[in-house]
Ligand binder design. Sequence first.
Ligand code: AMP
Ligand code: GLY
Length: 443
Amino acid sequence: MKVLAVGGGGREHAIVEALVRSGANVYACMKNSNPGIRRAAVDCLLADETGVAKVVEYATGKGVSLAVIGPEAPLEKGLADSLEAAGIPTASPSRAAAMIETSKVFARELMLKHGIAGRAKFIVARDVNEAELALDELGEDIVVKPEGLTGGKGVKVFGEHLRSREEAIAYSGEILERRIGGSASLVIEEKLVGEEFTLQAFCDGKRLAPMPAVQDHKRAFEGDQGPNTGGMGSYSQAGGLLPFLSQSEYDSAVDIMRRTVEALGSEGAEYKGALYGQFMLTREGPKVVEFNARFGDPEAMNTLSIFDDDFVSICEGMAGGSLSSGNVSFAPEATVCKYIVPEGYGVKPLSGQEIQIDERAVSNEGALLYYANVNEEGGRVYTTTSRAAGVVGVSEEIEEAESVAERAIRHITGRIAIRHDIGTREMLESRVRHMQEIRGASG
Ligand code: AMP
Ligand code: GLY
């Protein structure tokens, strides 16, 4: 089967590999020349992924009969709607359903309207006066978020990025004035305290089949220091839970996602595709930090590396409304993904630098390699301002998977940065300890 895959990052390389493993001929559309995708695909269109008309023309010209869209930006432009209108079943959400990610106001109001559990208190502000009133109401323990997409970089958390009420008001003013995230509106919401985790699920409009939980690491530097990024790496545990996450907490998160998909359906915005729930495990259970209308990046590399089913059939099921829930299987293994990023990533990334990747040595260490936002030119690989490559170790235990990833990373050189602490015993213990403190805290 001919399948269109849109996007040129690590997530999309993992998607393309999963498609190829289940027998697809992949036609890729991406803005950068990702060497992993290039090699796995039958053909590539190097183009802006948000140029809807051009992508649809390419897909129809090649006669593809299924499409999967990786990043959020083309979803916001209605690429799934246009592909479907051109007769191509698409395993990604329509523009209307993708509002669960593209508008934080929509997402929060949907949960409130439908009485879905796991809500943070929130207030929408469209001018500075409303922002001030929201702060009066919610107090200082808040988070300020632009309504629209900011690539994970627009959120400011009190106590971390904001030090006082004045700073919160000043940032609100800046969002409104500069239309950060594309509109003059923002959400001020309760600051959730706990451990974050990601739950991704395959959805077909009505049914939902969850994947193993994953924990991403958003901060740029080791020890969770530095600015927020798209994610520096992530781990998952064999069996689908996490060292600090119980089965009943996992089930509560699945239930929140299921109710959200039902709510979208009842609003006439049927949700098809991978749905990403970012949760904070608080002492009252999982609460929603945000939803994304796609696989996570890096989280897709964790789950798709142990995906043990027919990915093309799952995508057909999502696109066609015929997913049978609960029967998607994953190998009972742990995964650790470490991202190789350009030096300065998160602050001032060094793009256009050559990096050397000894693919054979990485593979000999038993690790999987996913190329991300790099460019291959004349057999050489160059960084952009975004993440460069993901290395995934797979093993029964998280710590062993971590060692595999670490050994493999030594075969990648250049002006790069890596968070070596992801998936280490020390890091895992500190997560478990933190959660014990939260659960034990009174008040
Ligand atoms: P987002 O773009 O919504 O994923 O936010 C980026 C990061 O900000 C999240 O991964 C959290 O670490 C943090 N964050 C967002 N919303 C909240 C919240 N309500 N409480 C605490 N932290 C939050
Ligand atoms: N890892 C965060 C995201 O995909 O949005």
